[in-house]
Design a protein around this ligand. Structure first.
Ligand SMILES: Cc1ncc(COP(=O)(O)O)c(C=O)c1O
Length: 470
């Protein structure tokens, strides 16, 4: 009989992990389950007690058994320990696949895009209409960016410890263009550039576009890029730049302390290697305190600052900016050669939105959404993924990095999940090597719905199957 109640317990556990019964659901009564499984009431009760002991059920007096999954204390991923050699960056087309149109029907856990419900649609509609009525002002080339936009950016930069004037700012088509322009300004094809590892795939693509070689520096899930690793790389290779996301990196979510940012800035300045800082998540700290960018500690004009409104106002506006410092002339020239200038209307619209003062209020709500979204996602992963899984604990932004138990392939999980209309980003996209093969990145920037929770539980069930299948 012992075997039988364990079998029933296993079957119920599988139903819970697959999301058939969810956290807080009441299980059908013991008589019904007894009939369903063809066993006695006492066997069902023994199965329930087993599941209670395993931490999946809670008995409530006179009410029955409820699914109550305590989030086990899931660890954060380890810092990858690897020594890399510079390699050319090639074939990063998988990201396009994740954004393809047919993926739109899927549960959107793959891309690092905020859910449209969380974007300030009404405000940006009003500001865009206002901008469109500006007449001739909207029709010319806006080199190097609309004055009103650059003035608003200068004000925001001053508030985070970077006192610049509008003339120091170049408007770009998103942060991606800013990073490419920064790389073009300070490197020649074939040069070696250090990046965080795991790294945002767009940074690897930017290196590929410019024809650069990459050296990947291990990155800690909460402390950011390893300064020791970077120092070793500086001693060993003729680096021409380092690209980093010190505030809530993608995919790890790491936020470097001010002390470590200062060290990063000073060690690169001492080596004469420019830092290209991507601060796209800086406004999305969950605790509401806007962290300073590394640029705030730059005394040697050695940091090229890049950011955009893609994670806050809207990715479709394609509006970003950069502060190239002494590389302004070169950055402007590269931009001019590729697309001359950034569209005027989005700049005027965002400048208007910022002037109206609604942006900070909107940010308060957005941060709250992303804090809740990432916490719920983390706890759903903790409850549904197999023992040996680790997940990052981001203090800002909305992406989570999941390290699966050794030997479980993130790529295989991605393929199986896709077949069930769940879209996740497999770990191998985040490196030029296969070292993150057992990882996934999940988007926690969506409203929490039953469909979403079921998808995370289904992923957990697939990961369990992969462990068993090993
Ligand atoms: C770290 C990071 N940098 C840059 C980008 C691209 O930004 P944009 O859409 O402004 O080009 C993203 C978008 O996912 C990102 O996560």
């Amino acid at each position: 009989m012992g075997v039988l109640y364990n079998q029933i317990a296993d079957q119920l556990q599988a139903l819970i992990l697959e999301g058939v019964y969810r956290d807080g659901d009441r299980l059908p009564g013991v008589r019904i389950l007894g009939r369903q499984f063809g066993v006695s009431i006492s066997t069902v009760l023994q199965a329930h007690q087993t599941l209670e002991a395993r931490g999946y059920l809670e008995a409530r007096e006179r009410s029955g058994y409820f699914v109550r999954l305590p989030a086990r204390d899931i660890p954060e991923p380890r810092m990858p320990r690897h020594r890399s050699r510079p390699v050319p960056v090639t074939a990063r087309e998988m990201t396009l696949d994740l954004c393809a149109d047919e993926q739109k029907q899927m549960v959107p856990l793959a891309t690092a895009i905020p859910h449209p419900d969380y974007l300030p649609l009404r405000q940006i509609q009003q500001s865009t209409l206002w901008a469109a009525r500006r007449g001739l002002e909207t029709l010319d080339y806006a080199f190097p960016g609309k004055e009103s936009f650059r003035r608003q950016i200068a004000q925001r930069m001053a508030a985070i410890g970077v006192p610049v004037t509008p003339d120091d700012i170049l408007a770009t088509n998103g942060a991606q263009e800013a990073i490419i322009l920064a790389l073009r300004a300070v490197t020649e094809p074939g040069d070696i550039v250090a990046v965080e590892s795991p790294s945002f795939p767009g940074i690897l693509q930017a290196l590929e576009v410019v024809g650069l070689r990459v050296i990947e520096i291990p990155t800690h899930p909460s402390e950011g890029i390893s300064l020791e690793g970077l120092q070793l790389a500086l001693e060993q290779w003729p680096l021409k730049a380092c690209v980093a996301v010190p505030n809530h990196s993608n995919p790890m979510g790491a936020r470097m302390s001010d002390e470590r940012k200062k060290q990063l800035v000073s060690m690169l300045a001492a080596a004469g290697v420019p830092l290209i800082e991507d601060d796209i998540y800086g406004d999305l700290s969950h605790n509401g305190q806007r962290p300073r960018p590394a640029k705030a500690f730059d005394r040697a004009d050695n940091v090229i600052y890049c950011s955009s409104f893609s994670k806050t106002v809207s990715p479709g506006l394609r509006l970003g900016w950069m502060i190239p410092g002494r590389h302004m002339a070169s950055a402007r020239q590269h931009k001019y050669f590729v697309n001359l200038a950034t569209s005027s209307i989005p700049q005027l619209a965002v400048a208007h939105f910022l002037e109206q003062g609604g942006y900070d209020r909107y940010l308060r709500a957005a941060r709250q959404h992303y804090r809740e979204g990432t916490e719920r996602m983390r706890s759903a992963v903790a409850r549904s993924f197999p023992e040996g899984t680790a997940v990052s604990r981001p203090q800002g932004g909305f992406v989570l990095w999941v390290e699966l138990p050794d030997g479980v392939s993130g790529t295989a999980l991605y393929q199986r999940a896709r077949a069930e209309n769940i879209n996740v980003a497999p770990g191998l996209m985040f490196s030029t090597t296969r070292k993150f093969e057992n990882c996934l990145r999940l988007n926690g920037g969506n409203p929490w719905t039953e469909r979403l929770e079921a998808a995370v539980f289904r992923l957990g069930a697939l990961a369990h199957e992969a462990v068993v299948g090993d």
